[in-house]
Unconditional design. Structure first.
Length: 448
């Protein structure tokens, strides 16, 4: 589902009389990465109605950028979690408003983004990721000193394709972190150094607090077509195999991505090591995505094949934990319907996307999932165990199909819908209820 909206420009002047049109930056999920300095020219601010909000001059070398997101999302489930959920036939409405203000004064900066997030109809009751009421989503101060930018406070993080650290943008309450970050630019390379703790949302207003049990630190370097990184993670209350203990996990990863002609790819590998409850950790994942566009064909289709292998714990009692920990991944990991997450899994995911008309896009995806290790179970996206292995020797978890349709009604407003179905496989049938999950999603998203 397309989450990025483009801010359009309108002009009635003849093409021959136009100079090169200013192109707005792509709106991001985190919002603080957008650069609106081109609008320092008053003439540029008149090109679109949002211009006066994106660059508000205050004084010499001082300006303010503002914006907002208003999202409504309705989800209707049938037999959620294969019929095992507390309310398997749930239907609810998520509503969130996220305005922001970004003040620049010379090389210093202050960024503030509150959130208003409510839910209606969640059964048996709304959780903190459904509803946090009124709280601070992001708020940090930043100073730039040559090639180094120092930032401290509360901020969302989006590293690479959010395989390990993401914004949890799909659910109603995104994920933020409290801590410090240093961004170093060396030629064409950018290195992000971070030491943070995740923010735990609460059910009441102004009760979101940093986690006392979880912490994250590391370095993430981005070069031309290549990311390399190290991430350290500590959780004093981690749970694996029915045991709650201290987990110290190190992740070393590399990601290759790019395009060549009509081909594009995104390949990432991660190795993890560390300690949990006196045993060593040895886990890994390999994710591949290869696609080809057909720009001259009708509807300009883009065909993509994704293949993922994520390790699980292959032998109980061997003093090695093989279950991969995805740390803080994106919220809807495999699609709009993602009952299973990136632990102990092998997945195959073909996808075809097309542009039906200007501003109208659609996609059709198929997914198939197997357990990597028979001795390990099935987990959800946050890493909670959904089904223990029990006595089942089956690997097949199930197959899924998903269709999406999105309409960019205006440069600021996107309307979208999705329909998904997950047919349970042998392992799900062996370990509990095995009904087919169905999800209908309807969404409107206005932001500038």
């Amino acid at each position: 589902m397309r989450r990025v909206l483009l801010l359009g420009l309108a002009s009635a002047a003849p093409a021959a009389a136009q100079t090169e049109a200013w192109q707005p930056p792509t709106l991001t999920v985190t919002r603080y990465d957008e650069d609106w300095t081109t609008l320092g020219d008053p003439a540029e601010r008149k090109e679109h109605w949002t211009g006066p909000f994106k660059y508000i001059p205050i004084a010499n070398e001082a300006y303010l950028t503002t914006g907002i997101e208003f999202r409504l999302r309705n989800e209707k489930y049938r037999d959620n979690l294969w019929g095992d959920a507390d309310a398997p036939d749930d239907g609810y409405l998520w509503a969130r408003v996220m305005p922001y203000a970004d003040l620049h004064v010379g090389k210093a900066r202050a960024f503030v983004q509150p959130i208003v997030a409510y839910a209606a109809g969640v059964m048996p009751s709304a959780g903190p990721v459904d509803q946090t009421r009124v709280d601070l989503l992001q708020g940090f101060a930043e100073i730039e000193t040559g090639p180094v930018t120092l930032r401290a406070g509360r901020q969302m993080l989006s590293l690479g394709t959010e395989r390990l650290v993401g914004t949890r943008y799909g659910p109603n309450v995104p994920l933020a972190f409290d801590g410090a970050r240093g961004i170093v630019r060396i030629g064409a390379a950018t290195v992000s150094l971070l030491a943070v703790r995740p923010v735990q949302p609460g059910l009441r207003s102004f009760d979101d607090v940093r986690s006392r049990s979880k912490s994250l630190w590391g370095a993430y370097a981005t070069l031309a077509g290549l990311d390399i990184y190290y991430l350290g993670y500590r959780n004093t209350r981690a749970a694996f195999g029915g045991l709650v203990a201290r987990e110290l996990r190190h992740s070393i990863g590399a990601r290759s991505f790019g395009t060549a002609g009509n081909w594009h790819w995104n390949i990432e590998a991660v190795a993890q090591f560390g300690r949990f409850a006196g045993t060593r950790i040895g886990a890994w994942t390999l994710g591949t995505e290869v696609g080809r566009t057909f720009p001259d064909a009708r509807f300009a289709p883009d065909a993509v094949m994704r293949f993922n292998i994520v390790s699980g714990d292959r032998r109980r009692g061997d003093h090695t934990l093989g279950t991969f920990n995805a740390l803080f991944p994106k919220g809807k990991y495999f699609g709009e319907l993602s009952p299973v997450g990136p632990s102990n899994i092998v997945s195959l995911n073909p996808r075809l996307a097309m542009t039906l008309a200007p501003g109208v896009s659609t996609s059709l995806s198929g997914m198939a999932y197997w357990r990597y290790a028979r001795a390990d179970g099935v987990y959800d996206v946050p890493g909670n165990l959904l089904r223990a292995p029990g006595t089942s020797r089956a690997r097949f978890i199930g197959k899924e199909v998903e269709a999406t349709l999105a309409w960019q009604a205006t440069p600021e407003l996107e309307l979208s819908t999705s329909l998904s179905a997950f047919d349970a496989g042998r392992f799900i049938d062996d370990t509990g209820s095995g009904r087919t999950i169905a999800l209908l999603g309807l969404e409107s998203n206005f932001r500038f």
